[in-house]
Design a protein around this ligand. Structure first.
Ligand SMILES: CC(=O)N[C@H](C=O)[C@@H](O)[C@H](O)[C@H](O)COP(=O)(O)O
Length: 224
């Protein structure tokens, strides 16, 4: 089982392309992951069974795997079936929806996490949207708590940058599991702020691995 110490204060790079995009290809994901590792990523986060398999073969660092099914509600690794498939594909850590919303397979988060722990060696990262989610996810047995869904579930405002207020709340709440800052971290300075706010590690996706969005940032600034 993965020792989390290697991830302390580290950068984790999320490598994802979305349905219909030109870069939506497991080989491309794995190449992005390899490039991120060269640049100093201590772990990578990838979506989809084929992407997890390709990335696991391509890099030595821990792989956080998830499987998005759908585009709204509970769609990040929504069921225990999805979660076990991610573990089977080679994910060291399975990231799944860690909110308090009902899950499509009717299982509780606790039952889901128990089954992932029982059926694999993978750790579980609960992608949460609020402090209440995080408390419930820790109670349910999550090994890591991510702020991934802050701003996407209606419980928190969608901040322009990272939700530093939530990070501070989580850090001050006495949670006993590592808190991973994820979501809208767009600059190195924001990554540093997230660590200073109490994050154990920082996940950056779009700002490193989504060229269409990065290009739009530049293009919009030039045309303004
Ligand atoms: C809300 C949701 O679906 N988040 C997803 C989770 O895997 C990804 O689309 C994000 O890119 C990832 O969380 C990293 O965040 P950012 O791309 O903002 O650095």
């Amino acid at each position: 089982m993965l020792q989390l110490d290697s991830l302390r204060s580290s950068l984790i790079v999320s490598c994802q392309a979305y349905p219909g995009e030109p870069m939506r290809d497991p080989r491309t994901t794995a190449q992005f992951a390899q490039s991120a590792v060269i640049g100093g990523a201590a772990a990578v986060r990838v979506q989809g069974i084929a992407d997890i398999q390709a990335t696991r073969s391509a890099v030595e660092v821990p792989v956080i795997g998830l499987w998005k099914d759908g585009q709204e509600g509970v769609f990040i690794t929504p069921t225990v079936h999805h979660a076990l498939a991610c573990a089977q594909a080679g994910a060291h850590i399975v990231a799944l929806d860690g909110t308090r919303r009902p899950r499509p397979d009717g299982l509780s988060l606790q039952e889901t996490i128990t089954r992932v722990h029982g059926g694999s060696n993978a750790l579980v990262m609960a992608d949460c949207g609020s402090l209440a989610d995080a408390r419930a996810a820790e109670e349910a047995g999550a090994d890591l708590i991510g702020t991934t869904l802050a701003g996407y579930t209606g419980e928190r405002p969608k901040t322009t940058g990272p939700d530093l207020d939530l990070l501070r709340e989580l850090a001050g709440s006495g949670l006993g599991v590592p808190i991973i800052a994820e979501g809208r971290i767009h600059t190195p300075a924001q990554g540093r702020q997230a660590l200073d706010a109490g994050a154990f590690a920082v996940v950056v996706g779009t700002a490193i691995t989504h060229p269409a969005t990065i290009t739009d940032w530049f293009a919009s600034a030039l045309s303004a």
